[in-house]
Design a protein around this ligand. Structure first.
Ligand SMILES: NC(=O)c1ccc[n+]([C@@H]2O[C@H](COP(=O)([O-])OP(=O)(O)OC[C@H]3O[C@@H](n4cnc5c(N)ncnc54)[C@H](O)[C@@H]3O)[C@@H](O)[C@H]2O)c1
Length: 259
């Protein structure tokens, strides 16, 4: 894809399954990538080096803490030199029936998925606005890992679905406000990915696995790799006129099944 080589990418939740798959795609296309995640620096460095000896780096970053995000961007910029694409991908899920959901899980889910996306996107925008603007070219793009449940309730997902719905609206507002300044924003919304917590639950919970298998018209979950290319597309020259929208990568899950 045109427009990825020699660009600089910052990915929160970069050491998770989807984050790593996305990082690999950008690195393969010639970008420099910083993975931002909760792991201690020594562990994160090992992961970054295993991806690429000199085009990948790790910074520790807790997206629920603004000071941590500020420090992460400052360190990342020393490695990257500039910033072109920021991916708000850090996320967590703790499904519980609505009637019993604890305030702790509710608050933490919103803190990571919504407030974490807000802080990351806001800090990213402040940096991207400093990029010089050449003609109609973008200053940069801010992408979010949404979810098909941002618009579709899932049993036990009060906190998670609400957080992803909030994140979707955040992305739209960011897109609207920053478009005149040459910054685009969009979401990639996966469906069921055999990755992260979903993978763990699928492997241990037969009932969940049965529901998942029945829900997706393509009759299977996606891999993290099948989701990753959409981020590349939105960040590439081909995605430069796309803003405020969601690219749904859900195997038809939103369509439902009628058989
Ligand atoms: N796996 C799925 O089926 C699926 C489906 C749709 C959307 N998503 C979304 O994809 C994104 C990535 O999830 P994944 O499936 O790769 O799961 P994952 O658990 O493998 O990755 C999530 C990453 O986010 C990091 N993280 C959590 N809290 C953080 C914090 N406070 N600060 C910084 N990093 C933090 C974790 O350490 C982890 O590395 C999430 O936003 C998730 O909601 C996943």
């Amino acid at each position: 894809m045109q427009g990825i080589a020699n660009t600089s990418v910052f990915i929160t939740g970069g050491c998770g399954d989807i984050g790593l798959a996305v990082a690999k795609r950008f690195l393969a296309a010639g970008a420099r990538v910083v993975l931002a995640d909760l792991l201690p620096v020594a562990k994160g460095n090992v992961i970054a080096r295993s991806l690429h000896p000199d085009a990948a780096a790790y910074v520790r970053c807790d997206v629920t803490r603004a000071a941590s995000v500020d420090r992460a961007f400052a360190t990342a910029l020393k490695f990257l030199g500039r910033l072109d694409t920021v991916i708000c991908n850090a996320g967590m899920v703790a499904n519980e029936p609505f009637i019993g959901i604890t305030e702790k899980n509710w608050t933490h889910t919103l803190a990571v998925n919504v407030t974490g996306s807000f802080v990351t996107a806001q800090r990213a925008a402040r940096i991207l606005l400093k990029n010089p603007r050449r003609g109609n070219a973008r200053r940069g793009t801010i992408l979010f890992t949404g979810s098909w449940v941002q618009e579709m309730p899932w049993p036990g997902g009060a906190a998670y679905c609400t957080s992803k719905g909030g994140q979707q609206m955040l992305a739209k507002v960011v897109a609207q406000e920053l478009a005149p300044h040459g910054i685009t924003a969009a979401l990639v919304a996966p469906g069921m990915v055999y990755a992260g917590l979903t993978k763990k639950i699928y492997d241990r919970d037969k009932r969940f696995a049965k529901i998942v298998d029945k829900t997706v018209p393509l009759l299977r979950m996606s891999t993290a790799e099948e989701v990753a290319g959409s981020f590349l597309f939105l960040a590439s020259d081909d995605g430069a006129y796309i803003t405020g929208t969601t690219l749904l990568v859900d195997g038809g899950a939103m369509l439902g099944r009628r058989d």
